[in-house]
Design a binder for this molecule. Structure first.
Ligand SMILES: NS(=O)(=O)c1ccc(C(=O)NCc2ccc(F)cc2)cc1
Ligand SMILES: [Zn+2]
Length: 260
């Protein structure tokens, strides 16, 4: 079946067969080479004002673990930085590896992190999410790198505790009273560039805001994430790991930094 995934028969190298945009000129993720990044002093700092009551559910869709928020009005928004206007938080999800040495989608000077968390926002001036994905300024994703260390952030605990209840594909559980801004690192320094969804249909509608400072998780917390299955309950067990797309050609794009 043409359903895409991360295996050899339906993985990133073959997505273009059903999703032609995957071979576009503004694809994500990318490898960031700090020597080629341009510091832009006109870049302001970004601000998130999230309503913890907007959090709704957490689900395993067989490809990632996703927390879904109420985005029917400007309840949880991201503004500033490279953005004009307030973008509504719709969902957050993660990409991770089969070991602590890899798993992030973006890489910095060759360094891959154990995982990468994406907070997905869309521009309400385009009416709805489906409309926003057809616009170059339609979507904004904040990317946060997860690094394995021994002073793990307690805030990740909340998401990882829920994993018990969504082990297999299609499982969903209530996930309320959660303010994702507690996951942000101390520094607001970021890189920004124009790119795409890192999964099919790979639309090139995303303003990426990648935070320079990773957040720390423990190796046990990463093992918890890797205990998710990509299969449904009654199917053979298949671990949900390595759900990351490799870096794509920069094709002349400029990556700007908010910091020197
Ligand atoms: N990894 S990432 O942050 O780049 C990313 C963010 C959002 C989505 C998404 O909403 N997919 C659903 C979807 C469904 C139908 C569409 F037409 C478009 C997207 C996919 C990838
Ligand atoms: Zn993602």
């Amino acid at each position: 079946q043409s359903v895409w995934g991360y295996d050899s028969d339906n993985g990133p190298e073959r997505w273009h067969e059903n999703y032609p945009l995957a071979k576009g000129d503004k694809q994500s993720p990318i490898e960031i080479n700090s020597k080629e990044v341009q510091h832009d002093s006109s870049l302001s700092s970004w601000h998130a004002s999230y309503d913890p009551g907007a959090a709704k559910t957490i689900l395993n869709n067989g490809r990632t673990c996703r927390v879904v928020f109420d985005d029917t009005f400007d309840r949880s928004v991201l503004r500033g930085g490279p953005l004009s206007g307030a973008y509504r938080l719709r969902q957050l999800h993660l990409h991770w590896g089969s070991s602590d040495q890899h798993g992030s989608e973006h890489a910095i000077d060759g360094v891959k992190y154990a995982a990468e968390l994406h907070m997905v926002h869309w521009n309400p001036k385009h009416g709805n999410f489906a409309g926003a994905l057809k616009q170059p300024d339609g979507v904004a994703v904040v990317g946060i790198f997860l690094k394995v260390g021994n002073t793990p952030k307690p805030e990740m605990k909340r998401i990882l505790e829920e994993i018990e209840n969504i082990k297999t594909k299609g499982k969903e559980a209530p996930f309320q009273h959660f303010d994702p801004s507690i996951l942000f690192p101390k520094s607001r320094d970021y890189w920004t560039y124009h790119g795409s969804f890192t999964t099919p249909p790979c639309e090139e509608c995303i303003t990426w805001i990648l935070l320079r400072e990773p957040i720390e998780v423990s190796s046990d917390q990463m093992a918890k994430l890797r205990s998710l299955s990509k299969n449904a309950e009654n199917e053979p067990m298949s671990p949900l790991v390595d759900n990351w797309r490799p870096p794509q050609p920069l094709k002349g794009r400029i990556v700007r930094a908010s910091f020197k």
